[in-house]
Design a protein around this ligand. Sequence first.
Ligand code: SAM
Length: 358
Amino acid sequence: MRRLGQGSGMEESTYAQAPDPEVTGPEAAARRGDEAEPEVRTSLDGEVGTVTVSGDLTEAARRPLVRAMTDWLLASHSLREVRLDLHGVAFMDSAGMAVLVQLQRLGAPRGVEVILVHPPAAVVRPLQLSGLWRRFPIVERGEDLPAVLVPQVVGDLLAAAEAAPGFMPSEEGRALYEAARSVSVQGPLLEVGSWMGKSALYLAAAARETGRHVVTVDHHRGSEEHQPGWEHHDASLVDPLVGRIDTLPRFRRTIAAAGAEDVVIAVIARSEVLAPLWSTPLALVFLDGSHTEESARRDQDAWVAKLALGGTLAIHDVFPDPADGGQAPFGVYTRVLASGEFEELPGTGSLRLLRRVR
Ligand SMILES: C[S@@+](CC[C@H](N)C(=O)[O-])C[C@H]1O[C@@H](n2cnc3c(N)ncnc32)[C@H](O)[C@@H]1O
């Protein structure tokens, strides 16, 4: 955000020399860039961190809030939820909203949910006006079950998908949703690779609109890159009794909190084991499971033939340039296209869409 006092030109010196006499209080301080840091108190209780903010939520709040969040992320592997108690906030500007979004983005890769507790009108109104309101779960003070409130507050599966833990960028998720809602043939939507439910919710939004179901298959033990020693390993996901990753509880929580249990059917299985048992023609297949060459080929062999004529194949993490990522999904895309049975639809980012025409 460009702030007065930064950059150059007439605008800056004009404001500096002649501030608007009508604007006083926090807004004037924001314009001058000398906002006071709010009082920030933190407490950590097991999986839940609470941050209580009193004062103004402006750029000056960024440092203490981001520090609290990063300290917890570094120190606690069991952190699941950060509750921002905002009942003492008197004023929030766009920089303050950006701080809330930043906290959410910091937590998302680790599956840490940021929940707003008792936001006053000074917080609610700007969030509503900016369209960010649905992005955050809200609870009143003293409530213990935020997930129960989420469907009522979020009320929108797309917003829940955006807030859900996972790695899918928002524009790709939206493109997946658009592809799923515009597919014109009968049949369920099938996803390979559920993880914690983020992409399943994008599909669920389309399924709800079009009266379908999403079937999502995953053994919930993670792909290669999630295993110990690999880039995306998160030790807090390991079930200590079994000694292996288990994303199923997190997946269930995502789907339940979004109110999507009626449209999402989870199958706990290896996709290649489920496939031979599956005979219903599919309206959409979304391939986002393991990305090794062998598994990607296996998923292609197992599922692509089950697409109905006119159905859509969506493939994630397609990178034509090896410098951008692994080549296995690109290989699937290339082979399917070369079969002559599919035509390409416009893709988004690393998401490729192909329609079965033969
Ligand atoms: C990249 S994650 C999926 C991300 C998810 N689609 C999203 O965007 O939220 C890949 C998932 O595939 C699953 N997986 C890997 N190999 C599999 C297999 N053979 N059968 C079923 N699931 C598998 C892993 O357990 C992991 O949860």
